[in-house]
Design a protein around this ligand. Sequence first.
Ligand code: AMP
Ligand code: GLY
Length: 420
Amino acid sequence: MVNVLVVGSGGREHALSWKLSQSPKVDKVFTAPGNGGTENNVNISVEDLDGLADFAQKNNCFTVVGPEAPLALGIVDKFNEKNLKIFGPSKDAAQLESSKIWAKNFMKRNDIPTARFEIFDDPQNALDYLDSVDYNVVVKADGLAAGKGVIVCNGKDEAISAIQTILVKKTFGDAGNRIIIEERIDGIEASYIALSDGEVAIPMASSQDHKRIFDDDKGPNTGGMGAYSPTPIVDDTLAKKIQENVIEKTIQSMTKEGISFKGFLYAGIMIRDGEPYVLEYNVRMGDPECQPITMRMDFDLFDYFSSSAEGNLSALPSPTWKNQSAVCVVLASDGYPESYPKNEEITGFDSIPSNSFVFHAGTKKQDEKILSNGGRVLGVTALGDTLDSAISNAYAAAEKISWAHKFCRKDIGKKGLSYL
Ligand code: AMP
Ligand code: GLY
């Protein structure tokens, strides 16, 4: 038996801890720093790599990293140097997410389908370039900007103001020292996540996120307001195309360039006329995609994590998935993704039906009460025999939860229904 340390504090990390704690091979699951729903919280920040390594060493832990920040800082390299077991990509491999420019150039030189683009550090050159294109653009800050450094523009005026925001006003700090201006691709988005050991890549169940704050994809981008799995948008033909032309090609091209990619590889895909284009890579599970995907797992996730770390995933059988749909509705604090109140008491957990599970994100426990402590607060996740019934079950469960400034989208999963 081994202990597991899950690094992170969001809904994704609660889902991973929940699933890993069901493994007969796992003794105790710790979460650092965790949230109001996770057990055995350890008060170490996700960026305190030495602190995490000390804890893992003293407590005989296999470590699983949820968010991108510690991966970009090189947590996996540090743990490997100390002979500590860890699941996730190295710092070099994490560049696929930590530098959008690195990722775009990687895709270009390896012929992985993505939107046309140019890179700028000089605002005037960027503005001049706008005159030379006759399509809508997306302006992206190069570095990590907590999911906010991407501005999807409608027309030239918005593109000019996006360039000013990132490159002149430096709203995202040094993450915006360089920008990408790329073609806006209008299509349907899906998340395609696979698990790799550097050689093979096992696809996880398909899913779709809902990034905008309001119904019908209105309002600003967020970390994700809800997700469901599987998504009918990714049919077998498309899944095969993405698996071969994006995922396997990425893993093989990384190897060819001397970088072994281990961990979750998440391709944010835009589908236009049946063809997939990579909008972005993430080197971790999606949040909230992780919540419905995890609910559908009918296998021991710990086996897959340890085999990924050891480089022998091909020895495992294909993972089996519950033949049901899962829907996660994110309950947020009103005002998110801008400012929002905190420390409001949340009630109703005892009334959640057995087909549902409430994953915590921005919560904390205080004197046996659960208080809101972030923008995305809970992910109410339900199974159902069809997508329609999973949606009804998730919203029925979400209704049971109350706090003063609770807010959620009312249309999670609806886009999927229109494809059935
Ligand atoms: P990213 O962080 O790069 O995934 O971008 C955040 C969101 O911006 C994506 O989920 C898309 O909704 C949108 N987006 C990014 N790039 C493009 C693009 N080239 N065309 C259209 N939408 C895009
Ligand atoms: N849900 C999108 C992400 O995790 O980046």
